[in-house]
Each structure stands twice: as structure tokens, then as C-alpha cells.
Design a protein around this ligand. Structure first.
Ligand code: ZN
Length: 371
């Protein structure tokens, strides 16, 4: 299969118009750009263009999610509040989720970008898709924005797949370094969506993503939190995939696989303290491709979430898209072999990560005895 049939790419330059304004101003120095500024998504698109990879993919035009789409999770009052805040020139939509005047429209376009990726893989236009969208979504709660996120793109995409395409079982995996608290909240009582969150233990938000949060009612056991200790690298992430994610996914048999892809677990990220390299992202993507191929007819959509190293994160995303498209551009890992050697966590599971993974396995064996 050629790359265009294998992989779609959702993108619009309009995504650059979401402006969360300058970050907190520090004394005596000039203000810096907000961490969730336009540059990650823009530089990612440039890298995909300049390597020639984007031109081999099927470009998917995003559309705006409707109020009906967004209120599949968010309250109508919150959606109206975001619209009003933006119409008044911008402001805070909740906790740490600032909006500019364009942000309401662009957040609807981000949610619609995830939906367009789902439409493309479920409609058969492509087998897999990457949505290079912003603002991100996974922290957004029903009634408020949080952590740079306004509308929860992956939740809206999953509900769209169920409501419009008749999909019953959706697997959502979140490898952003922060916990996907909004996604957890949306599906907490729901056994039709299996949610995995791999994140740095108690980074943000500290009250979510804990090991004792395992779902409730019918959804008990279907929220799988994998809090990993700071400093975990490729080896620990892959061990968690192998020992926990894959066996549970095999038992669940998803009909669609979605990924909340934060490249802020990268070894160069200023907000996270994890050590995942481009190769780690490549192998995590391959693991998700394998799950989708085994159970979901290959149907996999990956949605951009966080990532704050504007120099390194685009290369992680390149590795993700290369894997989806089964192409290699020949662009090497930016870190030299010497610098990788100074990161033993890329090849070795450290003792604290090993203990954490063993503990997670013990806890979830209650619901998933194959672990
Ligand atoms: Zn994040």
C-alpha cells in the first residue's frame, strides 16, 4: 500500500491563530511566548513538508465541530462561555487555559480536525491518520478548560466515532507526559471506551491519573492509569506497553484506536522530566499500529496534544508519522550517539520504573486476569 493510502495528515494554517498570549512575565526579562504557542504545530508541519513526507500523505482538511458534537462531552453552558470570552477579546476559560479572540473558532476546528481524522480512517479514505492540531484537548473538563486545553478533542472524536459511525468499542491511549484528566473524566463510568494514560507520576494535574483511579460502575477497570516515575525513558515505556497495554488491548478488542500524542515525554522537554527519544516514539507508534491491525482493521488516528521542546518534539512527531506511513525519510535522531549513551534509561528499565510497572500490573490484574 502506498503512503497516501496508508496515512492521512490533518492540518490547517488556521491552527496557528489560537493565541494564548504571553506567558507569565518574569522580573527584569522580556516576556516569553506561552509554552503552548503556535510554534510546535508550525515547525512540525514544516519538518513534514521539508522532508517530503507530507507530500506523500493524503491531506485531510479539518472542519469545525458543531455545538452538538462538542456537547457530546462539554456542557452547553461551558461552550457558550468560551464563545463569549473569545468574542470579548479573550481570557481564561478555566484553569490555565487562556484563549485569544480567535480561540473559540480554532478550538472548534481542532475538535473537528480529530473528527475528520476519524472520518477518514472509518470511511476508508486512509488506514491511519495523524492530526497536527491545536489547541490540545486532553486536560479539558466538561465545564472548564484546563492546562492549555479548551475542548477535549480526543473525547469528541471518540464520541463522534460511536454516534456517527456506529463504532462500539474505542481504545484511547494517552502518552502525553501529563495525565489526560479530562479524557479520564469523560469515560470514567463507561466500558465502551478503554482509556490508558501513561504519564509522569503526579506532574499535572496532581489529583488525577493516580493508580487508585480505575473507573467506576460499568467502567471499573476501563480507566488504566500508568503513572511512571520521573526519568523513565524508552525502555520503561515499552515495558509498560508490552506488559500492560497490549494484553489488556487484546482482551478488549477495540474497533478503533485513538492516541492522545503528547511529545512532552521527550528527553528534551522543558515541562516534563521523562526521557523518551524519537526511537521511543517510533516504537510506541508501532505498538499502536500493531494493536489496530490485530483488532480494528488497522483503523488508528493519532491526535497531537502537548510538546514544548520546539527543537526536538517535531522530530519525535516525524518518527510517529513515518511509522504510520511506513516510510523513512532518512532524518537521523538529533541526539548524537554519545548523548544517548548518557541516557541509560533509553535502553534500561530503572529500578523505580520496574517497581511502578509491577505495582500497576498487580492492581489491574483484578480486572484483567491475563496480566
Ligand atoms: Zn502535556
Amino acid at each position: 500500500m502506498d503512503a497516501a493510502a496508508l496515512c492521512g495528515l490533518v492540518y490547517s494554517d488556521r491552527y496557528l491563530q489560537h493565541n494564548p498570549r504571553n506567558s507569565v512575565e518574569l522580573p527584569f526579562v522580556e516576556p516569553t511566548l506561552h509554552p503552548s504557542n503556535y510554534r510546535l504545530v508550525m515547525r512540525t508541519k514544516h519538518l513534514l513538508d521539508l522532508t517530503g513526507l507530507a507530500q506523500q500523505l493524503t491531506l485531510i482538511e479539518p472542519y469545525s465541530a458543531t455545538t452538538d458534537d462538542v456537547t457530546a462531552y462539554h456542557s452547553p453552558e461551558y461552550v457558550r462561555r468560551v464563545r463569549e470570552i473569545c468574542a470579548a477579546g479573550g481570557g481564561e476559560t478555566g484553569e490555565g487555559a487562556p484563549a485569544g479572540p480567535e480561540s473559540y473558532e480554532i478550538a472548534l476546528l481542532a475538535a473537528g480536525g480529530g473528527m475528520a481524522a476519524v472520518d477518514a480512517v472509518l470511511g476508508g479514505a486512509v488506514r491511519r491518520a495523524f492530526a497536527n492540531i491545536r489547541p490540545p484537548g486532553h486536560h479539558a473538563m466538561r465545564d472548564k478548560g484546563m492546562g492549555f486545553c479548551i475542548f477535549n478533542n480526543v473525547v469528541i472524536a471518540a464520541r463522534h466515532a460511536q454516534r456517527t459511525h456506529g463504532i462500539e468499542r474505542v481504545l484511547v491511549l494517552d502518552w502525553d507526559v501529563h495525565d489526560g484528566n479530562g479524557t479520564q473524566d469523560a469515560f470514567y463510568g463507561d466500558s465502551s471506551v478503554l482509556f490508558f494514560s501513561l504519564h509522569q507520576d503526579r506532574l499535572y494535574p496532581t489529583e488525577y491519573g493516580l493508580l487508585d483511579q480505575q473507573g467506576a460502575g460499568e467502567g471499573l477497570g476501563y480507566t488504566v492509569n500508568l503513572p511512571l516515575p520521573a526519568g523513565s525513558g524508552d525502555a520503561a515505556y515499552l515495558a509498560a506497553f508490552e506488559q500492560i497495554v497490549r494484553p489488556i488491548a487484546d482482551a478488549f478488542e477495540p474497533q478503533l484506536v485513538l492516541v492522545s500524542a503528547g511529545q512532552d515525554a521527550s528527553t528534551a522537554d522543558p515541562l516534563g522530566r521523562m526521557c523518551v527519544t524519537t526511537e521511543g516514539y517510533r516504537r510506541m507508534t508501532q505498538a499502536m499500529v500493531d494493536i489496530a491491525e490485530t483488532h480494528a482493521g488497522g483503523r488508528l488516528a493519532i491526535l497531537q496534544e502537548g510538546g514544548y521542546s520546539e527543537s526536538y518534539a517535531p522530530y519525535c512527531t516525524l518518527a510517529i508519522v513515518e511509522t504510520l506511513a511506513e516510510q523513512r525519510t532518512g532524518i537521523a535522531e538529533p541526539l548524537t550517539a554519545e548523548r544517548l549513551l548518557a541516557r541509560p534509561e533509553t535502553t534500561t528499565v530503572g529500578p523505580s520504573a520496574e517497581t511502578a510497572i509491577a505495582q500497576i500490573r498487580d492492581v489491574y490484574r483484578t480486572y484483567w486476569p491475563m496480566l
